[in-house]
Design a protein around this ligand. Structure first.
Ligand code: ZN
Length: 241
């Protein structure tokens, strides 16, 4: 099966459309969204509807949870809070119902999908260091676990208790090792590369590729400016941070 796994769209429609085109070009057969459909950008309704349409599996992110008022925005910074409150008022009933229906974690065969961490998925732990990655391996039993949340793509392989961070954007899985893969962010990459990120995973060949895609950032920025979104959020898109 050829999977296209994408995360952290954050209401950036221009980026999501570019990723969908890229997934189609790469022959993706099964699409998985790892959550955070909304927050930060303005194309909220369009991104929820398009994700619902194309995804075979979709899990809940922390911004989605706040958008549907399942939890408060108290852990958000001022910029994220401004946008999520706007989002709460600009989602249709059907979009809210879709977000409410999402599971925190989904397992399929030898793969698990979760937004932040398999360790207590609804607590949104960050996996931002090798120690945190090692800890996360204790909380899933499948061979593969795909996550988003940090907006930084990375592949970590665990072989016989020894972790290895893969520096390349392509990896051929070896033997019996287990993998934790962060697929990066569609709508707000933070690794100083402004291009949208997604992951191409071939479960038969056991290959993993982080794919980066150019998209028209100015369209997204224009839609944010129209709604008076914070300038900091508008500018960071072009800087990939
Ligand atoms: Zn996010």
């Amino acid at each position: 099966m050829i999977y296209g796994i994408f995360s952290d769209i954050h209401a950036n429609l221009s980026a999501l459309e570019a990723v969908e085109n890229s997934m189609a070009e790469h022959g993706v057969e099964r699409r998985v969204c790892l959550g955070d459909l909304v927050g930060y950008c303005a194309d909220v309704e369009e991104c929820v509807q398009l994700t619902a349409k194309i995804s075979d599996i979709c899990v809940m992110g922390n911004h989605d949870s706040v958008a549907v008022k399942r939890e408060s925005s108290m852990h958000f910074n001022q910029y994220a809070r401004y946008v999520i409150e706007w989002t709460q008022q600009n989602l249709s009933e059907s979009a809210i119902n879709y977000l409410k229906s999402l599971a925190y974690m989904v397992e399929e065969g030898d793969i698990c999908f979760v937004h932040a961490s398999p360790k207590s998925p609804a607590d949104w732990y960050y996996i931002a260091s090798l120690d945190e990655a090692m800890d996360a391996f204790e909380f899933f039993t499948t061979k593969y676990c795909f996550v988003g949340h940090t907006h930084n793509p990375v592949i970590v392989a665990l072989d016989d208790g020894f972790p290895q961070v893969i520096e390349e954007d392509f990896y051929q899985v070896q033997g019996s090792e287990r993998l934790l893969i962060n697929v990066g962010s569609v709508g707000q990459p933070r690794d100083r590369d402004a291009r949208a990120s997604w992951c191409l995973f071939d479960s038969e060949k056991e290959t993993i590729r982080i794919v980066r895609v150019e998209y028209d950032i100015s369209i997204t920025q224009k839609n944010m400016r129209k709604r008076d979104f914070p300038i900091f959020l508008i500018k960071r898109l072009a800087e990939g941070r």
